[in-house]
Ligand binder design. Structure first.
Ligand SMILES: [Zn+2]
Length: 256
């Protein structure tokens, strides 16, 4: 007679931490994918009317349409014609019970590269993993898998940028055997393969390494496991690499 109680406690515990995504793996076998998705989809499934193209019901946007939203947003940003982002109380309340972001961004922590600003998006639009050097940790991968598998996000963009300090630090490790205090070396370490691979390339080493680092993360993601590989194969997910130009404000989606 104790088994149902144990299961019930486990189930409650798993559901309690779902908001952070941490209980996803534990909860899935307990409540099933469909029920889990229904729980997480919440308001979107209930037909909440969300304004603007980004505010879509889960899975209704194709990868290419999601990408076009970002391309168009950046174009308006470049031209200084971005409409005001709707982050008012109405919008906040519309997404208070659920979210339906249309893109995951893996981007750098650099203060000059906030994804919402570069693409003219607001509350509920983008699911963002930010770390200096836009690299991919296991926790970051789990976050992306959650966004894809449970929120139905159709697009992942790995976004590097011009003159990235984290990539520059990786170059100094390769060139001068520089060491860093604290955990900074751990932040730089995943970028070293890109720095080494581009060391002898023609052109600007830093910019070549920025692009290579983006490509490395994209390709690593593409073979990260079933939660990412299956939707790619089914045409429900695209992963692309991009570089943001600090000088002119453009985002070049150079790796598709
Ligand atoms: Zn950076």
């Amino acid at each position: 007679m104790t088994a149902p109680i144990v299961e019930s406690v486990s189930r409650r515990r798993a559901l309690t931490c779902l908001c952070s995504g941490a209980g996803l793996a534990a909860a899935a076998p307990l409540i099933g994918g469909g029920a889990l998705r229904a729980l997480l989809a919440g308001g979107a499934a209930a037909g909440v009317a969300l304004p603007a193209a980004a505010a879509v019901v889960k899975s209704s946007l194709s990868p290419d349409k999601a990408l076009n939203l970002l391309i168009e947003g950046n174009r308006l940003f470049l031209e200084g014609r971005l409409p005001p982002v709707v982050n008012n109380a109405e919008r906040r309340l519309q997404i208070a019970e659920s979210q339906a972001p249309f893109a995951v961004l893996v981007s750098c922590s650099d203060s000059r590269v906030p994804p919402e600003a570069l693409f003219g998006r607001g509350l509920g639009d983008l699911f963002i993993i930010r770390v200096a050097g836009n690299t991919l940790s296991q926790e970051g991968l789990g976050s992306i898998e959650y966004a894809v598998a449970e929120l139905g996000v159709p697009l992942v963009v790995v976004l590097g940028h011009e003159r990235c300090g984290a990539v520059s630090a990786a170059l100094s490790v390769v060139k001068n055997f520089t060491t860093f205090p604290g955990a900074i070396g751990d932040m730089v370490a995943p970028i070293l393969p890109a720095a080494i691979a581009t060391q002898k390339d023609s052109g600007d080493w830093l910019d070549n390494a920025v692009r290579r680092n983006v490509v490395n993360v994209v390709e690593k993601l593409k073979i990260s496991g079933k939660l990412i590989e299956d939707p790619i194969e089914a045409g429900r997910l695209k992963i692309v690499g991009a570089r943001y130009d600090l000088d002119d404000g453009s985002v070049d989606f150079f790796h598709r």
